[in-house]
Design a protein around this ligand. Structure first.
Ligand code: SF4
Length: 144
């Protein structure tokens, strides 16, 4: 069903991509399965090369503050480095925005800006644990 959903939502226009070097841009890679499907669809449509640019650092940790993210064991960046993810999704290259680049783009300092899903440094105690700082807690039911 998810595969069908991707195909219903996204359809490469063959005339637009055939023989071209394509860069696909997304805000994040979570499990990597959707990116993998899109790369495959672009190749099937005749793209000569498929590169991917992600407008955030790798998502390595779950959010406990209300954003519905996956459990950590499902996050591909928690298990693989950038080269491993590139290989998994089948892209010719993969580029992430750096943490510094993200701060700069948001015009924020690093003190009052949560980036826990990228760094693991949770600024506010996590419900039911009281813990902050870098750790690898799995997301718990109702944790947000
Ligand atoms: S930046 Fe913080 S609040 Fe936003 S999704 Fe990541 S962990 Fe959650």
């Amino acid at each position: 069903m998810r595969d069908l959903g991707v195909r219903l939502k996204l359809n490469p226009v063959e005339e637009a991509v055939k023989g071209k070097r394509v860069i696909m841009v997304d805000d994040s890679i979570v499990r990597g399965t959707t990116s993998k499907k899109i790369v495959r669809m672009l190749r099937e449509a005749g793209a000569a090369e498929v590169h991917m640019a992600v407008a955030s650092p790798p998502t390595q940790y779950s959010c406990f503050y209300g954003i519905d993210t996956s459990a950590r064991e499902e996050l591909i960046a928690a298990k693989m480095d950038v080269e491993g993810i590139r290989e998994f999704i089948g892209a010719d290259s993969l580029h992430y925005l750096s943490l510094e680049g993200m701060y700069a783009s948001a015009n924020r300092d690093t003190v009052n800006f949560c980036a826990a899903c990228f760094t693991g440094n949770y600024p506010i105690p996590i419900p039911d644990t009281g813990k902050t700082g870098k750790h690898s807690l799995e997301k718990t039911e109702g944790g947000c």
